[in-house]
Design a binder for this molecule. Structure first.
Ligand SMILES: [Fe+2]
Length: 294
């Protein structure tokens, strides 16, 4: 089993603050020690014909290069990270710049195992066409993996989900056969620049039921096996949508179902939402304190 850290793990509840002297980074060190005890891997490793490459990352707002939706709630007001993570490293702050994204990205190049893996993956590919490379991260390496802002209940989610540093690792350094990511809870299975990008969230029971269209037969996704190679791409709502629709980021008028949902939330009625609306507007789980739990 492999693991890479996301944002939720680094939240520190009020009662736990004394436990981690170094804030969220102290908690990360603690989590790594638990992973070591359990034999959970968080460094790149070749297992048989497969390279598995965990990529450390954090988001930064400047990753979002698409036009904003006027009047959208600032993400700092709804996302728990800005209250529950504590950063003590010098020069590092949440929001406002890319210091956190840079710090997490450097965890990759500071790892001798990572540096060695990058070199060995290149060699292996030259000498062994049968090798399969899968990298994974919690956050997103490219904005095309996030639905456009007009489809999002919280359009400014785009400012807290992705990293250009991660993008360079994926698209320029590793060039995996597949990259798996999480955080946004939008199910995806799509190709981009010759790389298969997969998000397959199975975390929350409610979310599972919604994404399974009833729940039958949808469990973990097999990406590759030795006998048959890479598995077929699965049909998902957003992958299918973007296979046949170009991205129109300049259009920042909220989609009708987003407007209806907002109206409904504001007590204005507006009726129910359709299937697509349910997929989008409820994809971001509202966690306690009314904050966004991605
Ligand atoms: Fe997350």
């Amino acid at each position: 089993m492999f693991w890479v850290c996301g944002n939720h793990e680094l939240w520190i509840r009020r009662g736990d603050r004394a436990k981690y002297g170094d804030g969220s980074l102290g908690k990360l060190a603690h989590l790594k020690s638990i992973a070591d005890e359990l034999g959970v891997k968080y460094r790149p490793e070749r297992i048989g014909d497969v390279w598995v490459v965990p990529l450390w990352s954090w988001y930064h707002a400047s990753w979002d290069t698409e036009p904003d939706v006027v009047g959208a709630i600032p993400i700092e007001k709804v996302m728990m990270d800005f209250h529950a993570c504590h950063w003590t490293a010098e020069g590092v702050q949440a929001g406002g710049d890319d210091s956190l994204a840079r710090m997490f990205d450097e965890m990759n190049s500071e790892s001798p195992e990572y540096v060695e893996a990058v070199a060995r993956i290149r060699e292996d590919r030259l000498g062994d066409s049968g090798v399969y490379v899968v990298s994974f991260s919690h956050f997103l390496p490219h904005q095309d993996l996030l639905p456009e802002k007009r489809f999002l209940y919280y359009p400014n989610l785009a400012k807290a989900v992705g990293s250009d540093y991660l993008g360079r690792r994926v698209f320029e350094e590793i060039r995996p056969d597949a990259h798996v990511y999480g955080h946004t809870h939008f199910t995806q299975d799509m190709m981009k620049e010759g790389i298969r990008f997969v998000q397959w969230p199975l975390g929350y029971p409610k979310e599972q039921r919604r994404r399974r269209n009833g729940g039958d037969g949808w469990g973990p996704l097999l990406l590759w096996d030795k006998a048959s190679g890479s598995s077929e791409a699965r049909s998902t709502y957003w992958s299918d949508y973007y296979r046949s629709n170009a991205r129109r980021a300049h259009d920042t008028s909220p989609a009708p179902y987003v407007v209806r949902r907002r109206s409904s939330d504001a007590g204005g009625g507006g009726g129910g939402v359709g299937k697509a609306a349910a997929r989008v507007a409820t994809s971001n789980v509202t966690a306690r304190f009314g904050a966004l739990g991605v």
